[in-house]
Write a protein that binds this ligand. Structure first.
Ligand code: ADP
Ligand code: ZN
Length: 303
């Protein structure tokens, strides 16, 4: 099987070729410019690769509603040129293969469920804490879409008692992303996150906000793994702070050993490291290929 994978981010696109065993043979990266330039690069890259399906995990918001006239488009992004861009449609004109299409964070959650930290369980959440905050939701063996798709990065937060920072989300001010994404850390402390020492008070405040979102998500979705990725989580001292604050928030109410005894294995970094999104796109492509085989009446033997 030869499957194309696209991790479409707001800063860069990563394209790769892999197979159903989770082996990525090669990959390239392009900066995210105007859609005609970036998608032109993507199409050129895949043009001589002979892929049998393509999986895409995209920045958003995106239209995931099968049957919608704008299915496969990026909807309302402030990113110049990309609002209403018919991303999937443009690729379909060049390559008539099955497609997997989902958000970047749902793709990462799926990659982690198939090959990473949530392998062997049927539910996980994948958070990215980076330029923005996003959450992918995989539960009962399926990615959650619903009305649009989960947007857990914009959940409302209770303010840290020592934090007077107003927040920078253009929609909500002090939502999770407005308080805890990389640019919020930089705006609050006038220094980039990676320049702040590991014992800086910034990290207690950061953990306080992330742990609220994680505790709420545990209460709502009851995931078997919570995976925290993205640039900011490169601060590995955040993990113990977040686990402790989650336990404090839940205060014994969720009586599962995963939380009361083994929270170190419950709230974890991505098993696939920085490549969760690309592996996730690959897994979406593999799934699209297999679904197409099944609906064509093949592929039911030996699987
Ligand atoms: P993106 O979200 O754009 O895909 P990243 O996940 O790398 O990219 O997130 C970028 C953000 O994370 C920036 O705001 C950057 O300052 C912050 N960041 C990256 N690395 C670190 C680090 N080691 N410590 C703290 N913040 C970091
Ligand atoms: Zn917001």
């Amino acid at each position: 099987m030869r499957i194309g994978a696209i991790e479409a981010g707001g800063t860069k696109f990563i394209c790769g070729i892999g197979n159903e065993h989770g082996v990525i043979e090669e990959s390239v990266s392009f900066p995210t410019e105007q859609p005609n330039i970036t998608l032109g690069n993507v199409i050129r890259y895949f043009s001589d690769k002979g892929v049998e399906a393509i999986g895409i995990g995209s920045f958003g918001p995106i239209d995931l509603q099968q049957g919608s006239p704008t299915y496969g488009s990026i909807t309302t992004t402030p990113k110049p040129g990309w609002s209403s861009c018919n991303f999937l449609g443009l690729l379909q004109q060049s390559f008539q293969v099955p497609y997997g299409w989902d958000t970047d964070v749902n793709a990462a959650a799926y990659g982690e469920a198939v090959w990473g930290a949530a392998k062997g369980v049927s539910s996980c959440l994948y958070y990215t804490i980076g330029t923005g905050v996003g959450v992918g939701v995989f539960t009962e063996g399926r990615l959650v879409h619903g009305l649009v798709h989960p947007e857990g990065g914009h959940m409302l937060t209770r303010r840290h008692p020592q934090d007077e920072f107003p927040g920078i989300c253009p929609y909500h001010g002090d939502c999770l992303e407005g308080m805890a994404a990389g640019p919020a850390i930089e705006a609050r402390w006038k220094q980039k996150g990676f320049e702040l020492p590991a014992d800086h008070p910034a990290w207690d405040i950061e953990a306080y906000y992330i742990a609220q979102a994680v505790a709420n998500a545990i209460l709502l979705v009851s995931p078997q793994k919570v995976i925290l990725g993205g640039g900011v989580m490169g601060q590995s001292q955040l993990f113990p702070l977040i686990r402790e604050a989650v336990r404090k928030n839940l205060n014994g109410y969720v009586s599962a050993a995963a939380i009361t005894e083994n929270i170190d294995q419950h709230i974890v970094p991505p098993g696939l490291g920085h490549q969760a999104g690309l592996y996730g796109a690959l897994a979406l492509g593999v799934r699209a290929y297999e679904q197409a085989q099944m609906s064509a009446g093949r592929g039911l033997t030996g699987k």
